[in-house]
Design a protein around this ligand. Structure first.
Ligand SMILES: NC(=O)c1ccc[n+]([C@@H]2O[C@H](COP(=O)([O-])OP(=O)(O)OC[C@H]3O[C@@H](n4cnc5c(N)ncnc54)[C@H](OP(=O)(O)O)[C@@H]3O)[C@@H](O)[C@H]2O)c1
Length: 250
């Protein structure tokens, strides 16, 4: 039977590349994001390969999140795979001058949004005694870097929540794991630096990971045999050794 996956943040970057990868393999897709035009474009493109349903909601909005998942047509209600990917960094400032709105955005989206979506979907998985949840964390969830303070905090939280989910959902046979990328060339820096020119320099001078690299890994993770759960994975571009060490001379 065809599996059904719900991907948050499917309008860009890692989420969109994962949608394309899953579509190639005929996985039914529920694609989420806030930009309707992009949802329409991706639905149109991928409907040639698989069944696609789109949901437009802000993961910060608890009610909208529950309503959206509740509204799924019967044919999309049996969710086998959840990719909790929606998230961003907002700003890169020392803690003493950090912007409170940026802090709110990161904690509300990366942490609470992930929890709201999970809360709405976990009952489907516990009822079925099966399922697979992949949380997209970050190398920032494993290592704190200068000015990374709250973003790193949000991704450390994602890792702790992933471990907690894996423990609590263990009796139901549900797989839970985190994929933690280093530098991936997406719209991430545009969002982080709010369109500032510095965003264009982040991926210059070395070969950053591409969203398709992460999509490839996610597909590998979801296609392991039933008894195999990849619990935690850290992936850097070859040029990157840690959050602060990037070799721009290779
Ligand atoms: N790029 C990197 O270097 C990197 C490294 C490590 C981890 N990550 C993580 O990877 C994930 C995906 O990031 P990306 O690099 O693919 O960035 P991206 O290209 O900016 O994509 C972010 C996605 O999240 C969605 N999103 C953001 N805020 C949302 C909200 N409030 N409600 C619903 N959806 C929201 C966006 O869709 P809409 O704007 O349409 O809502 C978009 O589809 C994030 O969790 C990020 O922290 C990225």
């Amino acid at each position: 039977m065809k599996k059904t996956a719900l991907i948050t943040g499917a309008t860009s970057g890692i989420g969109r590349a994962t949608a394309h990868e899953f579509a190639k393999h005929g996985i039914n897709l529920i694609l989420c994001g806030r930009r309707q035009e992009r949802l329409d474009t991706i639905e149109k493109a991928l409907s040639k390969q698989t069944n696609v349903h789109t949901l437009n909601f802000d993961v910060r909005d608890k009610k909208a999140t529950f309503n959206a998942i509740e509204s799924l047509p019967e044919t999309f209600k049996h969710i086998d795979i959840l990719i909790n990917n929606a998230g961003n960094a907002h700003g890169l400032d020392p803690i003493e001058t950090g912007n409170i709105e940026d802090w709110d955005a990161m904690l509300d989206i990366n942490v609470k949004g992930l929890l709201y979506v999970s809360k709405a979907i976990i009952p489907i998985m516990t009822k079925n005694n099966s399922g697979h949840i992949i949380n997209i964390g970050s190398s920032a969830g494993k290592e704190v870097y200068p000015k990374g303070n709250v973003y790193c905090g949000s991704k450390h939280a994602v890792l702790a929540i992933t471990e907690g989910m894996r423990i609590d959902l263990n009796p139901y046979g549900i797989k839970v794991g985190a994929i933690n990328p280093g530098l991936v060339e997406t719209e991430f820096s545009k969002v982080r630096f709010k369109g500032d020119a510095i965003a264009d320099t982040v991926y210059k001078g070395y070969k950053a990971l591409q969203p398709e690299d992460i999509a490839d890994i996610i597909y590998f993770v979801i296609t392991r045999p039933t008894h195999v759960n990849i619990a935690d994975l850290l992936v850097f571009p070859t040029a990157q050794a840690s959050s602060t060490i990037v070799n721009k001379n290779i």
